[in-house]
Design a protein around this ligand. Structure first.
Ligand SMILES: Cc1cc2nc3c(=O)[nH]c(=O)nc-3n(C[C@H](O)[C@H](O)[C@H](O)COP(=O)(O)O)c2cc1C
Length: 181
């Protein structure tokens, strides 16, 4: 396969998850991939077809993903009907205000479910990854952003986890080669 292409799509109202998205892309580039970051509200779903791996990021809103990400995936439904994303790799990350109780895990699962619906192969976060102790959730990196939690993120550790995850996803895409479908 030629150079791996990683597409990061992010929903971020106040910029915290957007900073994570840049770190994910940076990690992918360090691993030798081409990486592009798009905002969910502006992104054209056809961009998904050009990627080998798609990484979704969202601020947590009311225990789930932001509505602009949900709308993006509703716009992508025609790709599902044609199976255009089958076999590509997919991963996710979120930022959440409330430490551990704010629905971060539910939001991650919601994002990953979108990708699974398209037949994509999910890449979770493993516990040897840099930053796992602070931002680790096995579904993907989480930044805790409420200053009252004493760790207003994304912190350097959170961003390191995002870089590591972006690199890991790019490496897996390179290892897999082109999707079968
Ligand atoms: C409308 C709204 C709903 C939110 N709901 C939650 C929530 O359910 N759980 C949580 O932990 N944080 C919640 N937050 C906080 C955001 O997840 C948090 O500030 C996040 O870091 C914002 O990301 P962003 O800067 O990328 O927009 C909410 C924020 C807004 C504006």
């Amino acid at each position: 396969m030629s150079v791996v292409k990683v597409l990061v799509v992010v929903a971020s109202q106040t910029g915290r998850t957007a900073r994570m998205a840049e770190a994910v892309a940076e990690g992918a580039r360090e691993a030798g991939a081409e990486a592009v970051v798009l905002r969910a509200e502006d992104a054209d779903p056809s961009e998904l077809e050009t990627a080998d791996a798609v990484v979704l990021g969202s601020g947590v809103h009311m225990g789930g993903m932001e509505s602009s990400m949900r709308a993006f995936f509703e716009r992508a439904a025609p790709l599902w009907m044609q199976g255009r994303l089958v076999g590509k790799l997919g991963a996710a990350f979120v930022s959440a205000g409330a430490g551990a109780r704010g629905g971060a895990e539910l939001a991650l699962l919601g994002l990953l479910a979108n990708l699974a619906e398209h037949g994509m192969l999910l890449v979770p976060m493993h516990n040897r990854m840099e930053g796992f102790a602070s931002a680790g959730c096995h579904w993907g990196p989480v930044a805790w952003t409420n200053p009252r939690s004493g760790k207003a993120g994304p912190t350097e550790d959170h961003l390191a986890a995002c870089r590591a995850h972006g690199g890991w996803v790019a490496e897996q895409a390179a290892r897999m080669g082109a999707p079968a479908a």
